[in-house]
Design a protein around this ligand. Structure first.
Ligand code: ATP
Ligand code: MG
Length: 469
């Protein structure tokens, strides 16, 4: 790309469209480069950064939304403008959710694109200029807040206390928990509270990297180390030097790579693929998995010695259904963040929606909650989020728990504590919130029932409110 002009990357798999669009944009005085899909776009961005990316959605290999997600993960705020199909509301919601800066519905009108592009480029140039007092700070704070592990339940408070303890050390930490419970949040928080906070935090998802590339991805390679290694490349360890490296989905790492990783962790030295020289490594390693690591060891998927090496410190994050008393707080926390992110002013969540949320079992945990709220915030047309702002299939995707007024269905996989909670709350509801009668039917003393309800905290108060509704 020519130097001096603002650089724009156009990503579209249709060669004619890509070329037509590129020529149009070049005529407006930009340096334009094209890519045929998301994967190629990432390669091009790695080779030469752009000021703005314009991407189509539907493409082979990596589509526009996946590209957008990857850009947000690795390149932060790089402005992205998405071209959406006509009338595709879901795509618009999705790209705003993934924090696209802007979108334009196809067919594209030149004047509109020219204006939006100019806005994004000037935004990019402003962001690249040295931060003025105050300006950059706010963004940093907003980002910092994103990695706060919110919740007031006992379980969450305990985890926060453990994070505080372990963060300042260089100990490895193994973070486990179901998908969406906040493992990455916790990892970033540990980094933030550590002396390495000014250095790189890098997360590699072991399940997203093809097996054949895993070692070069982690340890880097020399030119000619294998077919396709046309250039010398630094691996994740080198990129995270002096910082923190999160090995996500560690259970998906091939066994030979696990052996190499263990050696690197023990020796604190590594060798790029195809190199003879070793170099010292100073990286704090965190690992995460949504599988039970002890079981993965038992089944031979995870090396026992690596497990013990990573498990110096273990943080297990509970599923949301086991700390529903945090639901309301998580909702308000996310509502505040999402209002800011999308420039909205939604005031709150209606009691009907909160009640629906309380009945839901959240198989996708806090991520599912955040996604549901984000969609609702985007489509919300009034002061409060209502059930009608949820996606039509909300709660239907995985009916873990179907019920009617007189029964509780408890799928295998539910914990005993959770089953008990469901039964108690349902019985109480069936008895119009009369605790004496409910205790009788449950075959427990009134005192026990009261204690249980106290234990459920806010969750049970909500259930009571629901009964009265
Ligand atoms: N306690 C929490 N407070 C606030 N936000 C949270 C919390 N836990 C999770 N989240 C949010 O939920 C989403 C998913 O979190 P995260 O990516 O850390 O999950 P994960 O455990 O790594 O999931 P996976 O196993 O699928 O990778 C993020 O948007 C995160 O900010
Ligand atoms: Mg994760």
């Amino acid at each position: 790309m020519a130097a001096g002009k603002p650089r724009v990357l156009v990503v579209d798999d249709e060669p004619h469209e890509r070329q037509g669009l590129s020529e149009l944009i070049a005529a407006w005085g930009y340096a334009v480069e094209g890519a045929a899909d998301g994967a190629q776009a990432l390669e091009k961005l790695a080779a030469a950064p752009a000021h703005v990316v314009i991407t189509d959605i539907r493409m082979p290999r990596m589509d526009g939304l996946q590209l957008l997600a990857r850009i947000r993960q690795t390149l932060g705020d790089l402005p992205v403008l998405v071209l959406t199909g006509q009338g595709s509301k879901e795509a618009v919601v999705e790209c705003l959710r993934l924090r696209a800066n802007d979108y334009i519905e196809k067919p594209i009108r030149g004047g509109e694109l020219k204006q939006r592009l100019a806005d994004l480029v000037s935004e990019a140039l402003r962001a690249a200029a040295p931060a003025e007092a105050g300006g950059g700070r706010e963004r940093e704070d907003a980002d910092a807040e994103e990695w706060e592990f919110a919740g007031e339940s006992k379980a969450v408070q305990e985890i926060r206390a453990l994070i505080q303890q372990v963060a300042p050390t260089t100990a490895s930490v193994l973070i486990t928990g179901e998908s969406g419970t906040g493992k990455e949040v916790v990892a970033r928080r540990i980094h933030q509270l550590s002396p390495r906070r000014e250095r790189t935090f890098l997360a590699v998802n072991c399940s997203a990297i093809p097996e054949s590339l895993m070692e070069s991805e982690l340890f880097g390679h020399e030119k000619g180390a294998f077919t396709g290694a046309v250039e010398r490349r630094a691996g994740c360890f080198e990129l995270a030097e002096n910082g923190t490296l999160l090995l996500d989905e560690i259970g998906e790492m091939p066994l030979p790579t696990q052996a190499k990783l263990l050696r690197v962790l023990e020796d604190r030295r590594l060798r790029r693929l195809g190199s003879k020289a070793e170099m010292p490594v100073n990286v704090r390693v965190l690992a995460a998995t949504n599988k039970d690591p002890a079981k993965a060891v038992a089944s031979g998927q995870l090396r026992g010695d690596l497990y013990y090496r990573l498990n110096v410190f273990h943080l297990h994050l509970p599923p949301l259904r086991e700390h529903l008393e945090d639901l309301e707080l998580l909702c308000t926390t996310w509502l505040r963040r999402l209002n800011r992110r999308h420039g909205r002013q939604v005031l709150g969540i209606s009691p009907a929606l909160l009640a629906a949320f309380r009945r839901h079992l959240w198989p996708g945990n806090v991520r599912e909650l955040r996604n549901a709220l984000e969609r609702a915030v985007i489509v919300c047309d009034g002061p409060m989020l209502e059930p009608r702002h949820l996606a039509p299939d909300f709660g239907r995707a995985r009916p873990v728990y179907e019920d009617d007024a007189h029964s509780v269905r408890v799928p295998v996989g539910t914990t005993v504590a959770e089953a008990e909670r469901l039964l108690i709350l349902k019985t109480l509801a069936g008895e119009n919130n009369n605790k004496t009668r409910a205790a009788e039917r449950l075959g427990i003393s009134l005192k026990t029932l009261q204690n249980k309800l106290k234990e459920y905290g806010a969750a049970s108060r909500a259930a009571e409110a629901e009964v009265r509704e």
